[in-house]
Design a protein around this ligand. Structure first.
Ligand SMILES: Nc1ncnc2c1ncn2[C@@H]1O[C@H](COP(=O)(O)OP(=O)(O)OP(=O)(O)O)[C@@H](O)[C@H]1O
Length: 236
């Protein structure tokens, strides 16, 4: 289980995350919702150890190691000129001996086979030998999820994974994240901008407002109060 307790982040004198507690069980897709600037990305980055934070983060009760948390970002970090398969193999880099990780053109056969299975899992086995840059945005996002799978991390953090995708591709990527959480018993935390996708695919939602958790529970509960600007616009 992923557990973050009392996470607090300052940017200069400003406290932008205020003692956030959040947990994700294996087999659970948790959606994090909130208006622009409410602290969603900061929370995800604090959980991943990418910004200095106070509080604690544990995976199965201990401090996470470098391979315990896989990241999937809105701007997809694939190497466009390398094959899709090589990009997915890169998920395994952290567990290869140093001499292998310095020559990633020569990924061991076992890693290539595992990466192929991960691509199959996300429905992209037939694109394995194409250049990653030749895939559509939705396909690239699925390839980056395959890379996260190839890392074998028990926790996947996804920061706005579908913001750049059209509705059908967004739907497919979210469904895939939910399916992988359930089937592979991964703890998946996804920052989302679309409450309707959270309602449809998440097992639980957490809502942030001004850097604090103001909602934690079932995905079908009202979340409009998280978006005060939209309420103002609707009222005018
Ligand atoms: N590197 C930074 N330096 C200073 N302030 C920052 C930095 N990153 C974020 N902030 C501030 O922290 C607050 C939370 O930002 P954050 O990006 O976490 O919000 P968010 O909910 O993810 O927003 P969005 O939905 O727009 O992506 C905002 O007020 C933002 O201006």
């Amino acid at each position: 289980m992923l557990a973050a307790t009392g996470l607090t982040v300052h940017y200069g004198p400003r406290e932008v995350l205020r003692g956030v507690d959040v947990s994700v069980e294996p087999g659970e897709l948790l959606a994090v919702l909130g208006a622009n600037g409410s602290g969603k990305s900061t929370m995800l980055r604090a959980v991943a150890g990418l910004v200095p934070a106070t509080g604690s983060v544990t995976v199965d009760g201990t401090a996470p190691g470098p391979l315990d948390i896989a990241l999937v970002f809105q701007r997809i970090h694939l190497v466009g000129r390398r094959s899709v398969l090589d990009n997915v193999c890169a998920g395994a880099l952290g567990r290869l001996p140093l001499h292998r990780s310095l020559t990633p053109a020569l990924f061991p056969r076992a890693v290539r086979e595992e990466a192929m299975a991960c691509l199959d899992r996300v429905g992209l086995a037939d694109r394995a030998h194409d250049r990653a840059g030749a895939l559509s945005g939705g396909q690239q996002q699925r390839a980056s999820i395959a890379r996260a799978l190839c890392q074998r991390a028990p926790v996947v953090l996804a920061d706005e994974p579908v913001s750049a995708l059209d509705p059908a591709a967004a739907e497919r990527v979210l469904a895939l994240l939910g399916e992988l959480a359930h089937a592979e018993r991964l703890a998946v935390l996804a920052v989302l901008h679309q409450p309707e996708l959270a309602r449809e695919h998440a097992d639980r939602v957490v809502g942030l407002r001004d850097g604090a958790v103001v909602l934690d529970g079932a995905p079908d509960q009202p979340v409009d109060f998280l978006y005060p600007h939209a309420q103002l616009e609707n009222a005018s």
